[in-house]
Design a protein around this ligand. Structure first.
Ligand code: ZN
Length: 235
């Protein structure tokens, strides 16, 4: 299984408090805990040529993990089109936290992906589909002491499944873990992951991302999505 962790890698270079949590960037933190699980992982950032998302790289990728926030608009549209082609062709996509506003997530949703937000709230995440593969080994509920509140209404396409629901100290609730199918590709959105909190060091969060990678991994990828004339198969 080949995973590509993409991170815009902006906040870590500008905010010391983020650099302290993620000295090598969030992408390397995520890559490290996936590698410990015997998964082949590469990373790419906005600074790489073609954002590190060339045809060659994407053709070899089973699952793409995305973290973006300040640099959404710096990802060129033609690269977004390219990623989308690979998603419908079978590549898994995992969008984390503020990736709800990334061009690729908005494209796969076809909606505005708007939500409410507020900084520094206690969040309790509830596992509401304990038998879903992404929830394997995850506690019935767990607490993240400091996380950015994301609140409903979250303007997304109707999910195939809602696996996790987040509850925030201020009273809001949020569909924190949802899945979709787009063409041949599986898509998972997961809400935790604000850059100033140590979210990707959290054991339950790591478990969920590991499970999501396995769940989103295609049996067959790079499926051509054409509409060809077809000769009859029966005489
Ligand atoms: Zn955030």
């Amino acid at each position: 299984m080949k995973v590509l962790v993409w991170n815009e890698f902006i906040h870590e270079k500008k905010k010391p408090e983020v650099a302290e949590l993620y000295p090598n960037g969030m992408h390397n933190c995520i890559a490290d805990f996936l590698r410990a699980d015997d998964i082949e992982v590469r990373t790419a950032t906005l600074d790489d040529e073609e954002c590190g998302l060339t045809e060659e790289v994407l053709a070899e990728t089973d699952v793409l993990i995305w973290w973006g926030h300040a640099g959404h608009n710096e990802v060129p549209d033609e690269i977004v089109e390219r990623i989308h082609k690979y998603v419908v062709g079978g590549m898994g996509l995992i969008a984390l936290h503020s990736a709800h506003f990334s061009k690729i997530f908005k494209k796969v949703m076809g909606t505005s992906c708007t939500l409410k937000w507020r900084n520094d709230e206690r969040e309790r995440i509830w596992t509401i589909m304990p038998n879903h593969p992404i929830a394997e080994g995850v506690d019935e509920s767990f607490v993240i002491e400091n996380e950015e509140m994301y609140g409903e209404p979250f303007d997304i396409a109707k999910p195939d499944d809602v696996i996790f629901i987040g509850w925030f100290k201020g009273g809001e609730v949020f569909r924190s873990g949802c899945t979709w199918t787009r063409g041949n590709g599986k898509v998972f959105y997961f809400q935790p992951g604000h850059e100033t909190n140590p979210i990707f060091h959290n054991e339950n969060v790591q478990k969920i991302i590991r499970n999501a990678v396995r769940w989103a991994c295609p049996i067959k990828k790079n499926i051509e999505m054409g509409a060809p004339w077809s000769a009859p198969v029966e005489e």
